[in-house]
Design a protein around this ligand. Structure first.
Ligand code: G
Ligand code: G
Ligand code: MN
Length: 336
C-alpha cells in the first residue's frame, strides 16, 4: 500500500496523518507536548542528564577562562586589588648581637602558585608603576603589625624598606613615610629607605627633593648593594647618604679566599671618613662575623642571625628578646 504523510504543528501538539493514495482512508493521530515529554523522560533521561552536566561543565570552564587574567601584568594588577603582597622581616643586629632593626622584603602570596620571590615580579611592578601602590600596601601592613607590639621594639628601631629608582621621581613615598611615622610614638621607629645602586635614578633633581623631605621627617637613606653597580661614588657625592650596605658578594669573599677582601676595608674606611653608618649584608658564618666585627661596622644582617621571617614570627623573637632584657636588668648576674 502506498500513502502520503502529513505533519502539522498545532497549539495542542503535532498532528500526524497517513493518507492512502486514493484518499480511501486516513490514519491520524495527535502527539501532545506532554506525550513528547513523557517519552523523553522515560526513554532518554540518561542523555538528558548528560546534556545538563556537559552544559554545566562548559559554563564553569567558560567562566574560569573569563576570570583568568591574560597576562602577568593583569595578574599583578589583580594581586594588588586582592592585597596579596606580604612583608617579610629580616632581623638586623647590632654589635652585641641584639636585634635592633629589620629589612622589609616583599613576598607575593599567590592563591595558586604559593609564595613568589620579589626577583620575579619587582621588575614588572616597576615597569607598570604598580610598585608605588605595592610599597604603600606593605608599609601599611608592617605598620599595623608593629603598632600592636611596639612595646617589644627597642627605641630607634631601624626599619628598612627597599625602594625603586622610579619611586624617587615623586613624593608618594614621602607621604607613605609620613603616615607611617606619625602612627608611632616619637623616636620609636627610624625608617630607612634602601636605594639600590644597580639602576640609575632618572631625575636627580626630584630625587634630591624627596631625600631632603625624607631627612626632614627623620627617614634615612641607605645605598643598597654597595659596590655592585656603577654609581656608588657618584651617589655619595650627589646625595646625602646616611648608610651604606656592603653587598653580600663582598661579605662572601671573607674566608673564601686566602686574602681577606680589601674592598670591605675600603668601604668601611670611606664610610668612616664621610660619617656614614655601615650595614654588612649576607653574613652567613662566624668567620665573616669575626672579621666584620673588627671593623667599624654598626649593623649586621644575614642567615647567621635569621632569614626573612613572617611578621608574627619576627614579633615573637622581639618579645623574647625584650623579656630577656627585662630579666637581665632585674638581675645583671644573668649576663653571660
Ligand atoms: O629576599 P629577597 O629575595 O627578598 O629580595 C630580592 C630582591 O628584591 C632584593 O634585591 C630586594 O632589594 C628586592 N625587594 C624586596 N622587597 C622589595 C620591595 O618591597 N620593593 C622593592 N623595590 N624591591 C624589593
Ligand atoms: O635588597 P637586597 O638586594 O639587599 O636584598 C637582600 C637579599 O639578600 C634578599 O634576597 C635576602 O633574602 C637575601 N639575603 C639575606 N641574608 C642573606 C644571606 O646571609 N645570604 C644570602 N645569600 N642572601 C641573603
Ligand atoms: Mn635591600
Amino acid at each position: 500500500m502506498t500513502y502520503t504523510t502529513f505533519y502539522s504543528e498545532t497549539k495542542d501538539g503535532t498532528f500526524i496523518a497517513l493518507n492512502s493514495r486514493d484518499n480511501e482512508f486516513m490514519i491520524s493521530s495527535r502527539i501532545s507536548q506532554r506525550m513528547y515529554l513523557d517519552y523523553m523522560l522515560s526513554h532518554l533521561y540518561i542523555s538528558m542528564y548528560l546534556c545538563v552536566i556537559i552544559a554545566i561543565v562548559i559554563g564553569i570552564n567558560g567562566y574560569r577562562q573569563f576570570k583568568r587574567p591574560r597576562s602577568l601584568q593583569e595578574e599583578l594588577r589583580r594581586a594588588v586589588e586582592e592585597n596579596e603582597f606580604l612583608p617579610y622581616l629580616q632581623p638586623i643586629v647590632n654589635h652585641q648581637g641584639r636585634i635592633c632593626g629589620a629589612e622589609i622584603l616583599m613576598r607575593w602570596h599567590h592563591p595558586n602558585q604559593g609564595f613568589i620571590m620579589p626577583d620575579l615580579f619587582i621588575p614588572l611592578a616597576e615597569d607598570t608603576g604598580l610598585i608605588h601602590i605595592m610599597t604603600t600596601q606593605i608599609l601599611n601592613r608592617v605598620k599595623s603589625d608593629l603598632l600592636q607590639n611596639h612595646q617589644y621594639l627597642p627605641d630607634g628601631f631601624h626599619l628598612a624598606i627597599n625602594i625603586s629608582p622610579s619611586q624617587c621621581n615623586d613624593l608618594l613615598f614621602y607621604k607613605d613615610c609620613l603616615s607611617f611615622m606619625s602612627a608611632f610614638p616619637e623616636g620609636k621607629v627610624k625608617l630607612v629607605a634602601e636605594l639600590t645602586e644597580r639602576e640609575f635614578i632618572q631625575d636627580t633633581g626630584n630625587a634630591a627633593l624627596l631625600f631632603e623631605k625624607l631627612h626632614h621627617l627623620g627617614v634615612q637613606i641607605a645605598l643598597d648593594d654597595f659596590g655592585t653597580g656603577h654609581s656608588s661614588l657618584a651617589y655619595i657625592n650627589q646625595f646625602h647618604i646616611d648608610i651604606i650596605k656592603i653587598d653580600k658578594s663582598f661579605t662572601h669573599l671573607i674566608g673564601s679566599v686566602d686574602m681577606p677582601s680589601h674592598i670591605v676595608d675600603n668601604v668601611v674606611d670611606l664610610a668612616n671618613r664621610l660619617n656614614i653608618d655601615v650595614v654588612a649584608e649576607g653574613v652567613e658564618n662566624a668567620t665573616q662575623e669575626a672579621y666584620l666585627k673588627q671593623r667599624d661596622i654598626q649593623f649586621f644582617q644575614g642567615y647567621l642571625y635569621d632569614k626573612p621571617l613572617p611578621p608574627a614570627v619576627f614579633i615573637e623573637k622581639m618579645q623574647q628578646q625584650s623579656d630577656m632584657l627585662v630579666r637581665l636588668q632585674a638581675d645583671p648576674s644573668l649576663n653571660g
